[in-house]
Design a protein around this ligand. Structure first.
Ligand code: AMP
Ligand code: MG
Length: 421
C-alpha cells in the first residue's frame, strides 16, 4: 500500500502535457495558451477622450473658474468611432464623446460638468456656438493615450498562462480570433457493476442507479476536459474488455468499481492482462482500492493511462479529486495542480482507526478571520449527499488517531459552487 504522495507522484510522472491546437478564442476558456502573443497594434490605437465634454487647448483655460469661465467658440463635435477633420485652434473647442479620438490641436478634455453647457442649453435650444469652461485644465487631462493599455510590438500574453475571461478579452482587443492552446484531454468514463441501472431505465429489484458515471463526467467537465461516456459494463470479463476497448482512443480512462477483493472485481485483472498495473491500493480513506496503470492500445504502439476508482460514490469522487484532477490539469498544461489547503478549527470529531489518511467531508466557513470545519453529515463512503453538502475535505494524517473538537486540521477546499476553470 503506497502513500497518497507516492501515488500522485507516479500518476503525474506518467501523464504528459498534450499537444497544442488552434481554436476560436471563445472555445479556449480554461485552457492554457501555447504561444506567446505579441501585439501588432497599439491599444487604444489613438489618443482619445476618457469623458464626454469639450476638447480644448489647455493654455486657453488658464485661470478659468466657475465665476470667471473662459468662453471658447464651439467649432464642431466628434463621436466615438469617427475622426474629427477640424483642428482645435486657439480660442476654440470641439464637443467630444467618450472614446472619440482627440482632434488635432487639443491637449485636454473638459467634462460637461465643468462647463456651463447645462445653463446655456436651458437658455436656448439652438446648437451651441460658444461654451464657458469653468476650470483650468492641465495638459493631458481626461485623455487616454494611444498604446496606454497595450503598446504595439510588446509581449502581451505569455505561453503557459491560463485563459480566463480577461485574457479572452485581451486577445479580442488585439483582433485575435484564433489562438494556439494546449488541447483538452478526452477522458473516457466507464462504470462497472452488475447492480447498475442507467438513469433512463426503471429500477428493478436489487439494482441501483448508476450515479458514478454522472459525477465523474461532471468532474471531468469541471476540470475543463471532455468526458466520453462509455456506459455500464457488467461484471463479466469479455463485456468489460469490450467496453474498455471503446475507451482506448481517449487520453485517459477512468473506471468505477471492480477494483476491490470481491469475486466480481475484475477491472484490475483486465488491466493486468491488457496493460500494466503500476499500483493498486493507496493508504487513504475513502478510496483505498485505487488502481493505476496503462492499457495497451493500437496493437501496443500506444498506452492509455487508466485510473480505476472504487465503486462507492464518495470513494470514486474523492479519488478523482485527489488523482484524476491533477493528472487532467497537467495534461492541459496547467501549472497549479493542487487545491488550496487552509488550517481550520474542527467542530466535531473524526476517528482514524487504521492508520490511513482520512478525507472527511466538511462544511468550511470563515468567522472573524478564522476557518472552521464541521462534518457535512454521515461519512459512509456510499453517502453521496454529504459530499453534496460539503465544500471541503478535512485531512487527518495517517499517524493521528483522532481529531477532537477544537483541534486544528488541514482542509482542502473543493470550490464546488464557485467559479471553476
Ligand atoms: P465495487 O467497488 O465495485 O465493489 O462497488 C462498491 C459499491 O459501490 C457497490 O456495491 C455499489 O453500491 C456502489 N457502486 C458501484 N458502482 C456504482 C455506480 N456506478 N454508481 C453508484 N454506485 C455504485
Ligand atoms: Mg462492483
Amino acid at each position: 500500500m503506497i502513500s497518497v504522495e507516492q501515488a500522485l507522484e507516479e500518476i503525474l510522472g506518467y501523464v504528459k502535457v498534450l499537444e497544442p491546437e488552434e481554436k476560436p478564442i471563445l472555445e479556449c476558456l480554461g485552457q492554457v495558451l501555447a504561444e506567446d502573443i505579441h501585439s501588432s497594434i497599439d491599444v487604444p490605437p489613438l489618443d482619445n477622450s476618457a469623458m464626454d465634454g469639450y476638447a480644448v487647448r489647455a493654455a486657453d483655460t488658464q485661470g478659468a473658474n466657475t465665476s470667471a469661465p473662459r468662453i471658447l467658440r464651439v467649432i464642431g463635435e466628434v463621436a466615438a468611432g469617427s475622426i474629427s477633420e477640424q483642428e482645435v485652434s486657439p480660442g476654440t473647442a470641439i464637443r467630444i464623446m467618450t472614446g472619440a479620438p482627440l482632434p488635432p490641436g487639443a491637449d485636454g478634455v473638459v467634462r460637461f460638468e465643468d462647463s456651463d453647457e447645462v445653463s446655456r442649453r436651458a437658455a436656448s435650444s439652438a446648437p451651441l456656438s460658444q461654451i464657458g469652461i469653468c476650470c483650468q485644465v492641465p495638459p493631458g487631462l481626461n485623455i487616454r493615450r494611444a498604446g496606454e493599455d497595450i503598446a504595439k510590438g510588446g509581449l502581451v500574453l505569455s505561453r503557459g498562462i491560463l485563459l480566463r475571461p480577461p485574457e479572452i478579452g485581451v486577445l479580442a482587443s488585439l483582433g485575435r480570433g484564433v489562438v494556439s492552446v494546449t488541447r483538452r484531454p478526452v477522458v473516457a468514463v466507464l462504470a462497472t457493476g452488475d447492480e447498475l441501472v442507467d438513469i433512463h431505465e426503471p429500477l428493478a429489484p436489487g439494482k441501483i442507479y448508476n450515479s458514478n458515471t454522472y459525477t465523474l463526467a461532471a468532474q471531468v467537465m469541471a476540470c475543463g476536459a471532455i468526458p466520453k461516456v462509455l456506459g455500464i459494463a457488467p461484471d463479466k470479463v469479455e463485456a468489460l474488455k469490450d467496453r474498455i476497448h471503446r475507451g482506448l482512443e481517449s487520453d485517459l480512462l477512468v473506471t468505477s468499481g471492480g477494483v476491490s477483493l470481491g469475486d466480481y472485481d475484475m477491472v484490475k485483472d483486465v488491466l493486468a492482462e491488457e496493460g500494466e498495473i503500476a499500483f493498486w491500493t493507496v493508504r487513504m480513506k475513502p478510496g483505498k482500492p485505487l488502481a493505476f496503470g496503462a492499457f495497451r492500445a493500437d496493437g501496443g504502439a500506444r498506452r492509455v493511462p487508466h485510473l480505476g476508482f472504487p465503486g462507492n460514490p464518495v470513494s470514486s469522487m474523492t479519488t478523482f479529486e485527489l488523482f484524476a484532477r491533477p493528472a487532467i490539469l497537467k495534461m492541459m498544461g496547467r501549472k497549479d495542480l493542487s487545491r488550496s489547503t487552509v488550517p481550520a478549527i474542527m467542530e466535531g470529531q473524526i476517528e482514524n482507526r487504521d492508520g490511513r489518511r482520512v478525507f472527511s467531508r466538511v462544511v468550511l466557513s470563515k468567522r472573524h478571520g478564522q476557518y472552521f470545519a464541521r462534518l457535512a453529515g454521515p461519512q459512509g463512503s456510499g453517502v453521496l449527499t454529504s459530499m453534496a453538502r460539503a465544500n471541503a475535505l478535512a485531512i487527518v494524517p495517517e499517524d493521528v488517531a483522532q481529531v477532537r473538537e477544537g483541534d486544528e486540521v488541514q482542509v482542502m477546499m473543493l470550490g464546488w459552487g464557485q467559479e471553476e476553470i
